[in-house]
Write a protein that binds this ligand. Structure first.
Ligand code: APR
Ligand code: PHB
Length: 389
């Protein structure tokens, strides 16, 4: 088989890149290790920047998001028993949209199917090769038979544990990492959200977040030890702990119910540099991971897909390599700002084992400053709604 761009991974980065390329007339094939159903069963964050929604619109996959998504103009920060609103829209003119990653993935999969583009699911042993030459290839095993795709470029959109980054020789790549000493225990429940806007809570017992998927479905998180197991967290214990970590008014109005999903996720900041290796380019979680505080993971996958699609468009339409040469630096400059923001939000809101009473006071001073200084609040808002592409 031959294609212009072989994309590894059918997560948001790969699917969005595929649709953007299609809209520019650049043919592409996606290879995905799992089934489509498996990809859609992964519960992840659900907050879209306006820039991400615009990209969905650009590929004609935004209708359902506009219909079902919830537009938010602010968030709340809770600490010291009080809640304080941060206005996102006032200082930035922008909003964010609550819309689950699984829904966005489904919309992109449907758009891809409608366009008749090739996606090979359950592709085993995917291997990108020869990407340091002018004839890169991707081989894979499907139903016991080995296949090979000849292409002009490879896009590694295969997430943190993917094969693309792992195929680069170690001396060609530099990685930067911070692993946080706690995880997030999340539950999904068919109960109305406790408050119309998200509540990020700093508490002595640890961080908590009240978010949602719709007006009828809530998503809640509490910070927990990394080695906890979900069996230690029956629903009753989860709701009790959440109530203790949010302000009294929220605790009193919280509607509880059975969880329909429960999982523990570790928190990590990670960046790989560069994001280009000859004719192979990394995008999304394959190149970087952010902790979920601030919901930047999915939005970074979208901005990478945008930069990369533009670069390929320039290559094919204008016969210019300027875009592909600039991709890594351009993407990394936005990535590092989101890494900084997610790290900052995480540092300000969580209980760190080594912080001690001094660190806890510094956090409270920072929160007090952020909610009472127009300039500091505007800076939070500017990063939260998403820096421009
Ligand atoms: N071969 C083929 N496909 C692979 C391989 C492989 N060796 N390894 C991984 N994949 C697939 C995974 O099964 C997954 O469907 O690549 C896809 C990567 O998707 P994501 O992990 O969702 O990553 P990305 O598309 O970059 O989206 C980033 O996902 O993890 C969240 O917070 C993150 O919201 C952000 C978004
Ligand atoms: C979510 O809705 O799952 C979510 C929202 C905001 C975050 C993290 C997760 O910062």
């Amino acid at each position: 088989m031959r294609t212009k761009v072989a994309i590894i991974g059918a997560g948001p980065a790969g699917l969005l890149l595929g649709q953007l390329l299609y809209s520019y007339g650049i043919d592409n094939v996606i290879l995905e290790r799992h089934t489509g159903e498996y990809v859609l069963a992964r519960i992840r964050a659900g907050l879209l920047e306006e820039g991400t929604v615009t990209l969905l619109d650009e590929v004609g996959a935004g209708q359902r998001a506009h219909h079902d998504g919830l537009i938010h103009q602010g968030i709340e920060l809770a600490f010291g028993g009080e809640r304080h609103r941060i206005d996102l829209h006032g200082p930035t003119g922008k909003t964010v949209m609550i819309y689950g990653q699984t829904e966005l993935t489904l919309d992109l999969m449907n758009a891809r199917r409608a366009a008749g583009l090739t996606t090979i699911y359950e592709a085993d042993h995917v291997r990108p090769t020869d990407f340091e030459t002018d004839h890169p290839r991707v081989s894979y095993l499907k139903d016991g038979v080995t296949h090979e795709i000849d292409c002009d470029f490879i896009a590694g959109c295969d997430g943190f544990h993917g094969v693309s980054r792992a195929s680069v020789k170690p001396e060609a790549i530099k990685t930067f990492e911070r692993v946080y000493p706690f995880g997030w225990l999340g539950i999904l429940s068919d109960t109305p959200p406790v408050s119309p806007e998200l509540i990020y809570s700093n508490h002595d017992r640890g961080f908590a977040l009240c978010t949602m998927r719709s007006t009828k479905r809530s998503r809640y998180y509490v910070q927990c030890p990394l080695d906890d197991h979900i069996d230690q967290w029956p629903d009753g214990r989860f709701w009790d702990e959440l109530k203790r970590r949010i302000d009294q008014k929220a605790a009193d109005t919280l509607v509880t119910g059975p969880s329909i999903e429960k999982s523990i996720a570790p928190l990590r900041s990670f960046v790989a540099e560069p994001m280009r290796f000859g004719r192979m380019f990394l995008a999304g979680d394959a190149a970087h991971i952010v902790p979920p505080t601030g919901a930047k993971g999915l939005n970074l996958a979208a901005s990478d897909a945008h930069y990369l699609a533009q670069a390929f468009r320039e290559y094919y339409d204008e016969r210019s390599s300027a875009g592909i040469d600039a991709y890594s630096a351009k993407a990394l400059s936005r990535v590092w700002k989101a890494v900084r923001f997610s790290w900052w939000m995480t540092s300000m809101l969580h209980k760190f084992p080594d912080n001690g009473p001094f660190g806890a006071r510094i956090q409270l001073a920072e929160l007090d400053y952020v909610v009472n200084s127009k300039v500091a609040a505007a800076s939070l808002a500017e990063n939260y709604v998403g820096l421009p592409f």
